[in-house]
Design a protein around this ligand. Sequence first.
Ligand SMILES: *Cc1c(COP(=O)(O)O)cnc(C)c1O
Length: 382
Amino acid sequence: MIPYGRQDIREEDLEAVREVLLSDYLTQGPRVPAFETALAEHIGAKHAVAANSATSALHMACQALGLGPGDRLWTSPITFVASANCGLYCGASVDFVDICPDTFNMSVAALATKLEAAERDGTLPKIVVPVAMCGQSCDMQGIRKLADKYGFAIIEDASHAIGGRYRGAYVGSGALADITVFSFHPVKIITTAEGGMAVTDDDELAQKLRLFCSHGITRDPDLMEGVSDGPWYYQQLVLGQNYRMTEMQAALGLAQLKRLDAYVATRARRAHHYHTALDGVACQLPFETDGINSAWHLYVIRLDQADNRRAVFEELRAAGLGVNVHYIPVHLQPYYKALGFTAGDFPLAEDYYARAISIPLYATMDDDQQQQVVDLVRGALG
Ligand SMILES: *Cc1c(COP(=O)(O)O)cnc(C)c1O
């Protein structure tokens, strides 16, 4: 089976994890802060806060921004459920903005229209979560302008997009989103097994992220109410969770981070090869918008004929390709339908879903494997 994505674990990764296992600290030691600092420096953000998953990072980002009951969070229907669930964890309500069919990202035009109506009705969102689908950044300047006009905060779900660029700067370098979240799940660009990171340029948000990540507890006397009882003392200030990353994960992340740019370059090279090798096949190929360098987490083709999708998918799976579909529109999940969403709510997302197939793309894929994918896809689609 050629999977749609997979991790790359090398000798130096094993050595880094082994060293931690034999050290004094398996958790709350020096590696997590070292990984945070290295990642923040690499992408050019001021603060990075590690978490045990991107799902956790999204939740603590919502908490840091003060999301609560009565508030609204909007995201894209074409994403993993975690981008929406973070709003529900906080007791807020969740709604969606349809996608742009070229990029599969939240449509800024649709967002503008929906915001106009929400302003009239008094139902503006507190947080909007644009998702950099497949590794391609959203139109962050367009979304920032709307955020400034309507007063919402931006959590950029860049789970797919670490190492990608927007107008030359790394995704998450801070100026446009309030908080950017990355995932280190093994199918993503770099991995810590489970793991995630929230980055921000805002000192106060960074402090809150740290609180919510670790029980709402601080040992910093400057943050405490009243005076500290002594060196042992800590205070719980908010209701947080234990969302901390372990030292083993951080050591793996540090080793992987060194190869981030090489991984993204290799993925881009493979993607560009698909562009040429699959030209003329009965599907639409993905492309990068001007000013954006995708991290190429996924290579999604959209079949010209939606009613072929299941047969083509099954044929490719039977031939040994670990093809997949990203994503089933979140609003069509039974849990979200029970909240009132229904088929037809976001027609462009639903049309995308009907046609999409993710074909294999990962950093260690070799020429033979890619040629096999090309031959099988060409065979299945004519
Ligand atoms: C993978 C993913 C997540 C969740 O990441 P975890 O680290 O597995 O929690 C969230 N959003 C998107 C868009 C993802 O692809």
